[in-house]
Design a protein around this ligand. Structure first.
Ligand SMILES: Nc1ncnc2c1ncn2[C@@H]1O[C@H](COP(=O)(O)OP(=O)(O)O)[C@@H](O)[C@H]1O
Ligand SMILES: [Mg+2]
Length: 388
């Protein structure tokens, strides 16, 4: 499965778009029939492939052409049989494949299968980090919001928080913002990049929120199967996708846990929470077959005088505590009342520092996740053969 962006002249746009929409293997991120719209969309998206029409490139500057050759996605160029001029442009944009404009119905899909970067296991995509607990009030939302801020600060790249605490979620409030759209707005499709981007609320530079529905009635409309394509699009557009989950194992949670790269399970140092978290960990391991790289234990409110230490927690849950977040009195609550994430409200606090440290470690795991290098330009050979 791969995502595709289509930038082709008007005469082909509708036909190609509807052909691609019919393919279950393709997630269409969007389309345009002029180069400036395409460039604007592509500055926010990283498709698995760009289908680009030579017909909209005739006036493009050499900077624009060079820009495509540095793009992190492969470009498939559609062109009429114009000979050397086309070949020159194809080389300038670093096209991975060149197909005949008139033959697109036969050649386009095979070309996509050859060059498009697949979604599954493609290290280029944003990582999905879900924050879960079997209990409410343990700090899921506090961590979701602040981890997103810290990740965005460090990677200087867009991060999104998805509020899947559908009934009670109010992530945007922690940023002092009222969302202008919610996940409910995505339920009627189509799930293009434009539609998903329009459903987000930017709460800080580089930090956006996909808000929970406004009313309990709207929660009923959220269908778990829609989450898969929504996350596919978000992964392409964001460096990290942080998800705030509700307690429990409904279909929304199970779907999200499955597609997550990392599940942070939060516990607090008290017997009731530990007992509930132990059950979740057992389910994740034995029922869902998640490994320890995916499911990681976070101890929040560490240092609370409960008589339960971090060693006790690790021993009880038979899993190491990977991240420890100190208890910070009423500071997080005060930050929330001010509508400011703790990371901004008191960046020197030990809780903010612990979250920063956690973000650094999550980012470090990523290094080495580099774009695939371009292969030899196989199309060049067949093109020169055809036009000799
Ligand atoms: N480490 C902490 N120190 C102090 N207060 C905290 C800490 N973590 C969370 N809180 C506070 O606990 C309350 C519940 O946190 P919240 O993130 O809403 O939990 P959840 O989303 O799991 O229901 C909030 O008022 C939050 O500010
Ligand atoms: Mg919450």
């Amino acid at each position: 499965m791969f995502t595709v962006y289509v930038a082709v002249a008007r005469d082909l746009e509708d036909a190609i778009v509807s052909e691609l929409k019919g393919h279950s293997d393709v997630v269409l991120l969007g389309s345009a029939h002029d180069i400036s719209t395409a460039l604007r969309d592509l500055s926010q998206a990283r498709p698995g492939a760009l289908i680009l029409d030579d017909a909209i490139l005739t006036d493009a500057s050499s900077e624009i052409l060079a820009g495509f050759s540095n793009a992190p996605y492969p470009v498939i160029l559609l062109a009429g049989a114009e000979g050397p001029l086309v070949a020159k442009r194809a080389l300038a944009i670093g096209a991975k494949d060149l197909i005949d404009r008139l033959e697109w119905q036969h050649e386009l899909f095979p070309a996509l299968e050859r060059v498009a970067l697949p979604i599954a296991g493609d290290k280029r995509e944003g990582r999905v980090i879900s924050i879960f607990s079997s209990k409410g009030g343990v700090g899921k939302t506090m961590l979701s919001a602040n981890l997103a801020v810290s990740l965005a600060d460090k990677v200087h790249d867009p991060v999104v928080v998805v509020d899947l605490d559908l009934t009670f979620g109010d992530i945007a409030a922690l940023f002092g913002t009222t969302p202008k759209a919610t996940i409910r707005d995505l339920m009627n499709g189509p799930l293009t990049l434009q539609a998903v981007m329009a459903s987000l609320t930017e709460v800080l530079p580089h930090v956006s929120v996909l808000a929970a529905p406004r009313t309990p009635e709207e929660v009923e409309d959220i269908r778990a199967e829609m989450l898969v394509p929504i996350f596919q699009v978000l992964r392409q557009a964001f460096h990290f996708v942080v998800v705030d989950l509700s307690p429990g194992y409904d279909q929304i949670n199970v779907t999200t846990l499955d597609l997550s790269d990392v599940v942070l399970v939060i516990t607090t140092p008290d017997v009731v929470t530990l007992r509930a978290v132990a059950q979740s960990l057992r389910l994740f391991r034995q029922g869902f077959h998640y490994d320890d790289k995916k499911v990681r234990l976070v101890l929040n409110r560490s240092g609370s005088k409960t008589g339960i230490t971090v060693q006790d927690v690790a021993a009880t849950l038979k899993q190491p505590v990977l991240y420890e977040l100190p208890t910070e009195g009423n500071l997080p609550a005060r930050a929330a009342n001010q509508g400011e994430p703790l990371l901004r409200f008191d960046p020197q606090s030990s809780l903010a520092e612990a979250i920063n440290e956690m973000a650094s470690r999550l980012i470090q795991e990523e290094t080495g996740r580099r774009h695939k290098r371009r292969g030899p330009r196989a199309w060049l050979e067949s093109f020169t053969r055809r036009h000799r």
